[in-house]
Design a protein around this ligand. Structure first.
Ligand code: P6P
Length: 336
């Protein structure tokens, strides 16, 4: 029937029937994530109108100024996800340590990692931002949650996805059986299936990198980025440059249209020799989605999903997007 789409709940229940991995617990978890995102989207839409814009004056664990909206998003996610009855602990990009579900609340056996508002510097200029999430099962024995429960490889994720707050609000996620995209219909408050079974084009026409960091790159990185800007590459002409300043938005464009996003290691900040992006709340979930959509993700040497995280806020260089583009970049980055 015209005008009636498939809701994310219908899609979840269908996939729950087909894939035993998608248990009712995951459905409950995603339902609560969706509710949190609708609350965040409501505030994002009116960010310019109320005094939620700007800075709280706090500094987060990354040493970054915390903006009111990403502090709000962080608090909404922690509050709601602690009450979903499916988690035993969470880790947020904004919090130094893991956040356990209090004993007096219903607990489950899943772990949630999230970046509450990726690209938050874009808030003040009304440009796309997003929430990235990643889900694991607890593996350690007993009820006590350990830091080691979060220090996994990306291959151990049971699901990953993101909400994108832009001209429309979207949900893109995978439980390991392909990638689906949903668009929020604000008139009914439902996410409707708009991008079933997303497949990333084998090779794109776009590259994304912050060229202002060039003076901090090593020679291999300079040559790799220059290759995409030359007519020596497999396309025989330069790729277009696109850089939104929010990884989740640059990734989303490449997911739909193909292309490569690069955030290489640089010498800009001695405290961050492996670059700026976080492995647990950025690289792992987006690498999971990239591979589920036929794309790829490496750190310039190895497959992102095979990396073993050693610390909660570990950073990693990221080359992610169309399979052929990532293979080209990784081949060049491996050359001595
Ligand atoms: P730069 C946002 O802070 C973020 O983590 C990613 O979303 C984004 O791609 C990157 O940093 C932008 O960093 O150094 O280019 O401003």
């Amino acid at each position: 029937m015209e005008g009636i789409g498939i809701s994310v709940m219908e899609h979840l229940l269908l996939s729950q029937r087909e894939s035993p991995a998608a248990t009712g617990q995951f459905t409950r978890l995603l339902t609560e994530l969706i509710f949190s995102a609708k609350i965040i989207a409501r505030e994002v839409k009116k960010a310019g109108l109320v005094d939620i814009l700007g800075l709280t004056g706090d500094i987060n664990v990354q040493g970054e100024q915390v903006r009111k909206l990403d502090d709000f998003a962080n608090r909404v996610l922690i509050y709601r996800m602690q009450r979903c009855g499916v988690l035993c602990a969470m880790a947020s990009e904004e919090n130094a340590d893991i956040i356990e579900v209090p004993e007096d609340m219903p607990r489950g056996s899943y772990l949630l990692v999230f970046d509450p508002l990726d690209g938050s510097a874009n808030i003040d200029v009304n440009v796309n931002i997003g929430t990235i999430f990643s889900i694991y099962r607890k593996v350690s024995e007993g009820d006590t949650v350990r830091l080691s429960d979060f220090l996994r490889t990306g291959l151990e994720q049971v699901a990953a996805g993101y909400f994108l707050y832009g001209p429309s609000t979207m949900l893109v996620y995978s439980t390991g059986d392909g990638v689906s995209g949903f668009t929020l219909d604000p008139s009914v408050g439902e996410f409707l299936l708009s991008h079933p079974k997303i497949v990333m084009p084998e090779r794109g026409k776009t590259y994304s990198v912050n060229e202002a960091n060039e003076m901090y790159w090593d020679e291999r990185t300079k040559k790799t980025v220059a290759f995409f800007k030359s007519n020596q590459n497999e396309r025989g002409k330069p790729y277009r440059a696109r850089y939104i300043g929010a990884l989740v938005a640059d990734f989303h464009r490449n997911l739909l249209e193909g292309g490569i996003f690069m955030y290489p290691a640089d010498k800009k900040d001695p405290a961050k020799p492996r670059g700026k992006l976080r492995i647990l709340c950025e690289a792992f979930p987006l690498a999971f989605l990239a591979e589920q959509a036929g794309g790829a993700a490496t750190d310039g040497a190895m497959r992102i999903l095979e990396i073993q995280a050693k610390t909660l806020h570990e950073r990693v260089p990221l080359f992610i997007g169309s399979k052929a583009d990532v293979e080209t970049a990784t081949r060049l980055m491996r050359q001595i």
